[in-house]
Ligand binder design. Structure first.
Ligand code: SAM
Length: 208
């Protein structure tokens, strides 16, 4: 999109993202509580989930094309209670992991941004062990048609400033289209956020 936008994406947006994600801090542990064993995190960002994983996590592999705030990320990795292996790759391509490798897959506030979220979920499905859980927390399309219409109007602006993030994706449909069956779904608006951004889908899914 041009050099100026590239500079914004690499040097400004990661800081804006850390600020924008603050209201979500207290929701992370609840979204990750079933994670255990060998875990894959899709859309690692700046590692904000690391201190929220439960005790049963033995190792974490991550995929995210972004390599932002590397020093901050390394400090968070050094403080983690388990080894972390980072892959700077898009999740909507072929992942470098064997079928049925992971006990758990986690994804937080990332299905909004992945260009092809259904392909990413199909890959997650391939590498998740039978019986394993995909844990998710995402913002997305409101069930209220008036709010959803505003989300549609606002989406081009959101995509621009937030580097590809969409506010109007219907996350439960996307997750089911990726080959998962949703076992639990909480729907609420994050306290203090406008419904445009705060409409939340939290839960877990298993293989269909
Ligand atoms: C709103 S941030 C959320 C980061 C992190 N999951 C969190 O909870 O703080 C969205 C993330 O999606 C990542 N992303 C964008 N395209 C992606 C893709 N194709 N595959 C995987 N991650 C992607 C971005 O780089 C960014 O880190």
């Amino acid at each position: 999109m041009g050099k100026l936008y590239d500079l914004y994406e690499q040097h400004v947006f990661p800081h804006a993202l850390e600020l924008a994600m603050r209201p979500m801090w207290n929701l992370r542990a609840s979204a990750l509580e079933l994670a255990h064993g060998d875990v894959l995190e899709i859309g690692f960002g700046t590692g904000l989930n690391l201190s929220h994983y439960p005790d049963g996590v033995e190792r974490l592999s991550t995929v995210d094309p972004m390599d932002a705030l590397p020093r901050t990320v390394q400090e968070r990795i050094d403080a983690a209670a388990f080894p972390v292996e980072i892959h700077h790759l898009p999740a909507d391509g072929v992942l470098p992991f064997d079928r049925d490798r992971f006990d758990s897959v986690t994804i937080t506030w990332t299905l909004c941004t992945i260009p092809d979220p259904v392909s990413a979920l199909r890959e997650a499905n391939r590498v998740l062990k039978p019986g394993g859980e995909l844990m998710f927390i995402e913002h997305g399309r409101s069930d209220d048609p008036n709010v959803a219409a505003w989300q549609d109007r606002f989406n081009p602006i959101q995509k621009f400033w937030a580097c590809g993030c969409n506010v109007n994706r219907k996350m439960d449909q996307i997750i089911e289209s990726g080959g998962f069956k949703i076992q639990k779904l909480d729907r609420f608006c994050v306290e203090g956020l406008p419904r445009l951004f705060g409409e939340t889908y939290r839960g877990y899914a298993t293989h269909r």
